[in-house]
Design a protein around this ligand. Sequence first.
Ligand SMILES: C[S@@+](CC[C@H](N)C(=O)[O-])C[C@H]1O[C@@H](n2cnc3c(N)ncnc32)[C@H](O)[C@@H]1O
Length: 263
Amino acid sequence: MLLTGNKTLRQIAGLAETCNFLFLKLLLKNRAKARQFPGEIFRSYMGLVRDERWACRSIFELFPQAAGNRVVLEHIPCEGLLTPLEQLACLALITKCLQPRAIFEIGTYRGRTALNFALNSPKDCTIHTLDLPPGMRLGDDLRQNSADRDLIRASSPGACYEGKDVAYKIEQLYGDSKTFDFAPYRRSVDIVYVDAAHDYEAVCSDSENALAMVRANGCVIWDEFANYGEYNDVTRGIQDVVGVENIVHVENTQLAVYFQPAD
Ligand SMILES: C[S@@+](CC[C@H](N)C(=O)[O-])C[C@H]1O[C@@H](n2cnc3c(N)ncnc32)[C@H](O)[C@@H]1O
């Protein structure tokens, strides 16, 4: 039901799958947090069952070479973002394992993930990170998704990495990902990180561009996977463009990974 196009059906299914007394208590205590509850319960269930609608694996099963690796995290509390530290650590580990020369992030916000990619990648890696130009960040005419509108207004690309020692690796790009020209990056990127607009049309378009950019043996990573609520379209978009049978959900995170085969 999570993958149906009908939002009301999805909401009913989400409640039926996850509603319990704790959810009701949370709803009374903190309505905003209660919205996250169905997604968290659903992801925990999918992590425990491991192979139902898609595969769910731990970071160490996906990247056995991650064991023993050390990563550097600079945690900058980012208002409006709920990304847990474990998820940042997974992104850092994947970066350490793949030793990328090029990373492309769609969706900078303030640059927290860009900074962490920079901290864990080789010295000669370039992190291209794309966000809307200042003039397009007013939001209202761009998105139906209210959570996106708030993020777009609050974004300030570069705020988290400017002045840092690794900032030289980061190239800030501006444009709307739905119309941006990704052609120069075709088949040349080791890690593509998709974390921009969360409406269905944008997720499909970003996913198609990500698949075109990733090089052999590289990977595409999406944030906000397996989410009920505002961000549900991420899972639907991935299903329709990539196929959920081709991705793996990273346990204890909202990350999904696609591995581009060798040539
Ligand atoms: C979830 S935030 C990115 C968070 C960031 N990756 C991090 O974890 O630090 C999404 C960002 O995507 C940007 N965005 C939304 N729609 C976009 C579009 N069509 N093109 C480019 N960027 C977009 C927003 O302005 C916002 O800064």
